[in-house]
Write a protein that binds this ligand. Sequence first.
Ligand code: APR
Ligand code: PHB
Length: 389
Amino acid sequence: MRTQVAIIGSGPAGLLLGQLLHRAGVESVILERRSKDYVLSRIRAGVLEQGTTDLLSKVGVDARLKAEGLPHEGFAIGFANRRQRIDLKDLTGQCVTVYGQTEVTRDLMAAREAAGLTTVYEAEGVSLDAFDGASPRVHWTKDGRAHDLACDFIAGCDGFHGVSRASAPAGALETFERVYPFGWLGVLADVPPCSHELIYAGHDRGFALCSMRSPTRSRYYIQCGSDERVENWSDDRFWDELRHRLDPDAAANVVTGPSIEKSIAPLRSFVAEPLRFGRLFLAGDAAHIVPPTGAKGLNLAASDVHYLSEALIERYADRSEAGLDAYSGRALARIWKSERFSWWMTSLLHRFADQNAFERRMQEAEFIYLEESRAARTSLAENYVGLPY
Ligand code: APR
Ligand code: PHB
């Protein structure tokens, strides 16, 4: 088997890269460790920057997004029972779209299938070979049989636990990391959202987030201990704790109901440098992780593959490697800015166990500054809607 670009991982990064390349006539094969159903069962964030929706439109995968995505012109930040609105539209002229990452993945998979492009699901033991030379190869087994793919380039889009970053030559990779001493307990429920816009709430008992998937489906999160177990959280306990952490208005509007998904995710900031090792390129969660506060994970994966697709397309169209040489630097420049924003928003809104009274007052002062300063709100808003590519 032979292709131009071997893509490892069929998350949003790998799938969007495949569509961007296909549009420009560049071939790809995607190798995915899991089954299609497994990939589609993962519930993740749901706020798309304009840049991300533009990319989905560019590849023609925006019909359902346009029909079902919810345009949001603002969101709210709460602190100690107060709430202020961040008017994204007024502050930046842009808005965001609430549309689940799982649905983005589903739409991209459908487009890939419709175009007759190859994805190998349940590819076990994927290994990357000879990417330091001109003829990289990828090996895997499926149904007990060994397979081999020759390619020009490998795109490592296989998430934080994937094989691509782990394949970088020893000593070539530098990593930067912060693990936060808490997680998010998330609940999905078929109940109307408590507010028509998202609410990010800092509270003495810990952070809470009110989000949604549709006018009849809500997504809520509360900060919890890193060692917390989901079995210890009945639906009733979750709803009680959520209402405690919201301002009285929002709390009164929470409609409760049985959860249809409940899970705990750890919070981490992580960046690997560089993003290129010969003919292997990293993109998306394979290269970096942001904590979910600010919903940058998927959007950052989208900007990475925007840069990477441009570079690969230029290589095939003009035989120029300039874009490929610049990829790591261009992508990392935007990655670090999103890392900063996600870290800042996480630090502003969460309760840290070792936090003293001074640090708590600093969070409060930051919140008041946002209330009083349009410049401060504009800074928050321009990062939330997404910095330019
Ligand atoms: N071989 C093949 N595929 C693999 C391997 C492997 N060794 N390891 C992981 N994968 C697959 C995973 O099963 C997953 O489907 O790679 C895919 C990576 O997808 P994501 O984790 O969704 O990462 P990415 O596409 O970069 O999307 C980033 O997803 O994780 C969220 O918060 C994150 O929103 C962000 C977005
Ligand atoms: C979500 O809807 O799942 C969501 C929204 C915003 C975030 C994180 C997650 O910042």
